[in-house]
Design a protein around this ligand. Structure first.
Ligand SMILES: [Zn+2]
Length: 273
């Protein structure tokens, strides 16, 4: 008989995730339940106990960046917002103002370069689809989600903190925040994964310019969210091709693997802990 798990830490983490995450497969609420088999608290989709995986709740801004406003908020909303921001770029809060890594203000030449780069991969700089990182343009997580929608990929993205076993197999140092992001078919099978780690050194790294401040306040204050986003970004960057033009609606093939019985293999998510 296994010993009763009295680790309230996991319970609290699950309760916290109820507020910040939804079911990766249907977008429904998550509930914390006791799983006797796992001897631990786990998260379950409120709509369907078979569903696997959680994902970050989308903010309104993320909905717009991902091109989903007309579906989520109301008909024509996405088109209206995009038209407005194209006409009045100065009012657009989604255009990055500074280099993500260095904080240096983006010059107008750099901005032109970002706009060109975004167009070359069928994305829109005015929707925040690209950022500048040490002077080089990169596609953002929301840019990749936009492409996923445009290209008709049906897989779900699920994220979860690494389990103790996963931390060992990925050789994660103590004190680091570590997440796994998984692309799941509708049947719940994993087709790809990304890892995201924020190390203890990074969290407390002082700024070179202002040693009394942190090098990255975002990393310092929200290391777990940064680790989760890094995992998502790495996964998206692996599986979403850049520069592919979507085919007309009727020619679009189904891009996921066919629905299969959910494999009983360990898809380690919150649910499997
Ligand atoms: Zn669900």
């Amino acid at each position: 008989m296994t010993q009763q798990n009295t680790d309230t830490d996991n319970y609290l983490k699950c309760r916290e995730a109820e507020q910040t995450h939804v079911c990766a497969q249907c977008g429904g609420n998550l509930n914390t339940i006791w799983n006797a088999e796992k001897n631990n608290y786990v998260l379950r989709c409120a709509n369907n106990a078979e569903h696997r995986g959680g994902k970050r709740k989308e903010t309104d801004i993320e909905v717009i960046k991902r091109g989903e406003a007309s579906t989520v908020i109301g008909r024509g909303v996405q088109e209206n917002i995009e038209k407005y921001w194209q006409e009045i770029p100065s009012a657009n809060p989604l255009l990055p103002k500074a280099d993500t890594a260095t904080g240096v203000v983006i010059s107008s030449e750099q901005m032109q370069g970002m706009v060109k780069f975004a167009e070359s991969v069928n994305l829109k700089a005015y929707l925040g689809h690209v950022c500048l990182y040490f002077g080089k343009p990169y596609v953002t997580i929301d840019g990749y989600y936009y492409l996923k929608n445009v290209l008709g990929y049906k897989f779900a993205i699920a994220t979860a903190p690494m389990t103790p076993e996963e931390r060992v197999s990925y050789m994660v140092a103590e004190g680091s925040h570590a997440y796994l992001a998984r692309a799941l078919t509708r049947g719940g099978d994993e087709i790809a994964r990304g890892i995201g780690i924020v190390t203890a050194e990074e969290i407390n790294e002082p700024s070179k310019k202002h040693p009394d401040q942190f090098a990255s306040p975002v990393v310092h204050n929200k290391p777990q969210i940064m680790a989760e986003k890094r995992a998502e970004w790495q996964l998206m960057q692996k599986i979403i091709p850049l520069g592919v033009k979507p085919k007309p609606e009727e020619e679009q093939p189904e891009k996921t693997l066919p629905d299969t019985e959910r494999a009983e293999k360990d898809i380690a998510t919150f649910f499997e802990r």
